[in-house]
Design a protein around this ligand. Sequence first.
Ligand SMILES: *[C@@H]1O[C@H](CO)[C@@H](O)[C@H](O)[C@H]1NC(C)=O
Ligand SMILES: *[C@@H]1O[C@H](CO)[C@@H](O)[C@H](O)[C@H]1NC(C)=O
Ligand SMILES: *[C@@H]1O[C@H](CO)[C@@H](O)[C@H](O)[C@H]1NC(C)=O
Ligand SMILES: *[C@@H]1O[C@H](CO)[C@@H](O)[C@H](O)[C@H]1NC(C)=O
Length: 190
Amino acid sequence: MATALRPSLTISIFCILASLFRSSNADTCKNYTFPNHRMFHSCIDLPYLSGHLHWTYIPTSKTIDVAYRAKQASTGWIAWGINPTAEGMVGTQALIGFQRSNGQMTAYTTPITNYMPSVQPGSLSFPVSNISAVIVKNEMIIFAVLGPWNGSTAVNHTWQEGPLSGDVPRAHSEEGSNINSFGTIDFLSG
Ligand SMILES: *[C@@H]1O[C@H](CO)[C@@H](O)[C@H](O)[C@H]1NC(C)=O
Ligand SMILES: *[C@@H]1O[C@H](CO)[C@@H](O)[C@H](O)[C@H]1NC(C)=O
Ligand SMILES: *[C@@H]1O[C@H](CO)[C@@H](O)[C@H](O)[C@H]1NC(C)=O
Ligand SMILES: *[C@@H]1O[C@H](CO)[C@@H](O)[C@H](O)[C@H]1NC(C)=O
């Protein structure tokens, strides 16, 4: 009897601790207010690199309004993307954002075709419009509209961050969080 109770007790304690942690963590996606009061229907706090993805799936146009938000200093870049053909980095259809040395934020699309990508602007395998980026406090946010999205709404995605050299994004770290930052999401759920 005692041993049968133990796992559920452990789970309850874990849930209590998890909810305490969550409610004391100011950096959750659910109550985040965007600077221009833009609203998104769904969001997820990503498990690595202080990343948060916010989105609204619009069934009539099959478009997805997305905002990828992550901690980053003006000396670095952030990126998020969908990999429609595989899991992980290679094949990712990415959005990247960073601050140029003139102080202006820039954001563009770049397909990741190998492990040493040039990260120059290029078109993706699906349409992307209205891409922009802002820097707010200690975070950067990339906004974009994806689609029409004809594939499954359940996708493999990746997110990343790294340093800049002048106005050129440089390779990200190949350790820890930077190699674990991929997963799956469903634009229809959540
Ligand atoms: C989000 O909610 C948590 C818990 O209620 C709170 O501590 C935090 O300050 C809130 N953050 C924002 C940005 O409103
Ligand atoms: C997405 O990743 C999973 C592994 O998590 C893999 O089984 C699946 O084939 C990938 N999907 C696509 C479309 O490549
Ligand atoms: C999705 O379908 C629409 C309408 O048929 C088409 O215009 C668009 O190019 C397609 N997108 C992709 C990525 O295949
Ligand atoms: C794209 O941006 C333009 C100009 O800001 C705006 O009028 C339009 O509604 C936006 N489109 C979408 C799909 O968000």
